[in-house]
Design a protein around this ligand. Structure first.
Ligand code: TRP
Length: 334
């Protein structure tokens, strides 16, 4: 059987995407499109596992589409679409719900984090969220999935589900076992207020994150206020172990420049953060502002954005239906 490489990844339409979303995922998508066939999905079905205001959801789906385009994903070369527009995601998710095991889902750490103390009140959707993610990937028989470290466990589950399906139905290698693409340069982008927490939209303080739509003044202000310490920058990574905020800023700088952190440390060793921060702001502004401006411009043309995901939906649907036809047959549906 020919195994063509195919990349699939999804981003939740949460609105106001930030530097963590860009460096952790979307920037990586842009480089992948040159080497492989790619499908990039705005995962709105995943978003509703926690309640979303319908008006905001609509806006956020279009905004996430705009972010993909503004970051440099080519909509003609790749497929960009929103998950709910291809019904196959839900259909395959149901089938996979019946393949996946309760014991497997009980091990998912993200559910435990997201459901919080009162698990009884979490939606059932939030619990079976990883099965839907498996369906996203397997619906297209994707072989490679760029994900952040926090999604690795879900990807391993998708592999287990694929394998169990192949075994249960005696269809060896029907679903390829998808591989995670964790780029070595991509570090987790942490909060600017607390270097041990991930940069997140849900943190209260706006000063904890750089949003892609921030203007240059905001970026300068946020970096100026970012937590650091009074020691100079060391010349080796080991000395940053106990300095998470310092490490985070140096990582961001390196990621944006596409260099490894050792090179940055060589360049900056012995300097204080008062010297480094303006350089970081400058670098951020050079990269983030053009993207932010493009996002803002794209948002003015809703018709265009709707058109992009409509075309993407048509392309995705053709592929999905082709695979679903076989899946229904395998399962025994008439
Ligand atoms: N769960 C992923 C996240 O929150 C998003 C996602 C949904 C995804 N389906 C996917 C990522 C399929 C990769 C492949 O980041």
């Amino acid at each position: 059987m020919s195994k063509k490489n195919l990349v699939f990844s999804g981003v939740q339409p949460t609105g106001n995407l930030h530097l963590g979303n860009y460096l952790g995922a979307i920037k990586n998508f842009v480089s992948l499109q040159n080497n492989m066939e790619c499908i990039f999905c705005v995962v709105d079905l995943h978003a509703i596992t926690t309640f979303q205001d319908p008006k905001k959801l609509k806006k956020n789906i279009l905004e996430t589409t705009a972010v993909f385009l503004a970051a440099g994903i080519n909509e003609n070369k790749n497929i960009i679409f929103n998950q709910s527009s291809v019904a196959g995601h839900s259909e395959l998710a149901w089938i996979l719900n019946c393949v996946s095991r309760v014991g497997w889902l009980n091990r998912m750490t993200q559910f435990k984090d997201k459901a919080g103390k009162d698990k009884e009140k979490a939606s059932v959707g939030l619990y079976i969220y990883p099965n839907l993610m498996a369906a996203d990937i397997l619906l297209y028989k994707a072989t490679h999935v760029p994900v952040g470290a926090d999604q690795k466990q879900h990807l391993e589950l998708a592999r287990d589900i694929a394998q169990k399906f192949n075994n249960d139905f005696n269809v060896k290698e029907f679903f390829p076992l998808p591989e995670a693409l964790l780029s070595k340069n991509i570090s987790r982008v942490m909060s600017l207020r607390d270097g041990t927490k991930k940069m997140s939209k849900s943190e209260d303080s706006e000063f904890s994150r750089i949003n892609l739509k921030d203007n240059p003044d905001d970026i300068v202000k946020k970096i100026k206020k970012a937590k650091t310490d009074s020691d100079p920058i060391p010349d080796n990574l080991g000395d940053l172990k106990e300095r998470p905020e310092a490490l985070n800023l140096l990582n961001i700088y390196s990621d944006i420049k596409g260099e490894n952190i050792e090179k940055t440390l060589k360049e900056m060793a012995g300097k204080d953060f008062s010297y480094f921060k303006p350089k970081l702001s400058e670098t951020l502004i050079e990269t983030v502002s053009p993207i932010g401006n493009k996002i803002k411009n794209l948002l003015k043309d809703e018709t265009f954005l709707r058109d992009v995901i409509k075309k993407g939906k048509e392309k995705a649907n053709l592929k999905a239906e082709e695979n679903l036809k076989k899946i229904r047959e395998i399962v025994g549906f008439v």
